[in-house]
Design a protein around this ligand. Sequence first.
Ligand code: PXP
Length: 244
Amino acid sequence: MAELGVNIDHVATLRQARRTYEPDPVWAAVEAQLGGADGITVHLREDRRHIQDHDVERIKASCHVRLNLEMAATDEMVGIACRVKPHQAMLVPEGRQEVTTEGGLDVVGQLSRLKAIVARLHDAGLVTSAFIDPQPAQVEAAAAAGFDVCEIHTGAYARFFHEAGGAAGNGDVARQIAAITEAGRRITEAGMRFNAGHGLNYVNVGPIAAMAGLGELHIGHAIVSRAVFVGLREAVAQMKRLIV
Ligand code: PXP
C-alpha cells in the first residue's frame, strides 16, 4: 500500500500573492495530517516564490509526520537542510523561469558532486531522495551516488494521460507506464525506496498507485486545487482512498 506525501507549496503561493500571513502553510500541514497524509513536502525554492525559510522551520517543529524538504543541490540549501533537519532531503533540478519542476535531476552528469552532497546530508542524519526521470541510467547513477530513495517524475505520464482523454491503453501513456514500472523495479532491486510524483491527480493516479513496490506518492497541485472546493482535510482523504 503506497503512502501519500502532500506537497503544500501552493498554500504558500496563495499567501505570497498578497505577501501576507494567510493562508498559513502550518495550518495546511495540520489539515493534511488530519486528512491522512503520511508526509508533508515543501519546496524551498532559491527564489522563495512560495515557501519561505521560516515556514520550513515552523512546519518541522509542528509536523507529526515525515517532512520532505524538496530543494536544489546547492550549498545554501544543503546548509539549511543540515540545520533544520527534515526527515528527508529530496534533490531536484531548479530553473528560475520554470513554472514547476520540469525534468528530473541529471544524476549521471553530476555524479561526483551529488555523491559529496548525499554524504553531507547523510552525516546530518537525513534520508536522501533523487527526483529523476524514468531512465535506467539515472537509477543506476542514483544508487552509485548513495541516494536512499528515487522519486520518479510522472509529469510526462500525466501529460500524455490528459492528452489521451484518460485512455490508459494509449501508446504514449502505456510507454510511460512501462518506463515507470521498469524504473521502479530497478530502484527496489538496487535497495532504494521507489517513490513517484508530479502531475498526478484524482483521475490519473490509479495506474501509478497500483505499481508493485511503490513506497510513496507525492502530490500537491491537484490536492490543493480540490481543497479550494472541499477543504484540504477532505481533499487529502479523497486522494488517500484512491491510492490504497
Ligand atoms: N514531486 C516533485 C519532485 C515536485 O517537484 C513536485 C512539484 O513541486 C511534486 C512531486 C508534486 O507535483 P504536483 O504539484 O504536480 O502534484
